[in-house]
Ligand binder design. Structure first.
Ligand SMILES: [Cu+2]
Length: 190
């Protein structure tokens, strides 16, 4: 009787090896494309909606709107600029012991939660135009550039609207920082 020996087909073994080798790069590709769902910069993750600027003849004004974060991590607006104002601050509104509302620079800036929305409204957080270069007329437009914590920036255009409510007092952030003469800055933060 002839001896029967089983030899696995050589071609089949080579093919199995090739499939295993090919699977590895496919998996790596799948992982890296999944990671790219999160925006690379804060500017790419955050958009603004319903933005507008308060009409004013001069002096101060403010910009409002909704900051919307489509990403998986919180993002923060740390500063803003606009050709309409020589200086801009990020403000919040707080009530003092007497219940009088006052606005002041918001420490740390505006945080927009992951998949969340931060509303900038009269009487609440707002982008403060400290020193208008000229009048802001109803119906005109101005641009505002936001800088995020990662250094990325986004610029939006806002329409100027009439608004007469919420004339809060202004509380400077650094009381007595430069001028001590006649400081009547209301205490804040207790
Ligand atoms: Cu303000």
């Amino acid at each position: 009787m002839p001896a029967i020996t089983f030899t696995p087909p050589r071609a089949a073994r080579i093919l199995r090896g090739a499939i295993a080798a090919a699977a590895v790069p496919l998996l790596l590709t799948a992982c890296s494309s999944a990671d790219k769902k999160e925006a690379a910069t804060s500017a790419a993750a955050v958009t603004i909606a319903d933005q507008w600027v308060k009409a004013a003849d001069g002096g101060m004004s403010a910009a409002f709107g909704d900051l919307i974060n489509s990403g998986d991590t919180p993002r923060t607006v740390v500063s803003a600029t606009s050709p309409a104002s020589g200086r801009i601050e990020l403000h919040e509104v707080v009530a003092d012991a007497n219940g009088t509302k006052a606005m002041r620079p918001k420490r740390g800036g505006f945080v927009i939660p992951a998949h969340g929305r931060t509303r900038l409204r009269p009487g609440g957080d707002h982008i403060m135009f400290m020193d208008l270069r000229g009048p802001l007329r109803t119906g005109s437009e101005t641009s505002v550039t936001l800088t995020f914590e990662d250094g990325s920036t986004t610029t939006f255009t806002a329409q100027v609207r009439d608004f007469s409510g919420n004339q809060e007092n202004y509380v400077p952030d650094h009381a007595g920082g430069e001028s001590h003469a006649g400081a009547q800055t209301p205490a804040h933060g207790g």
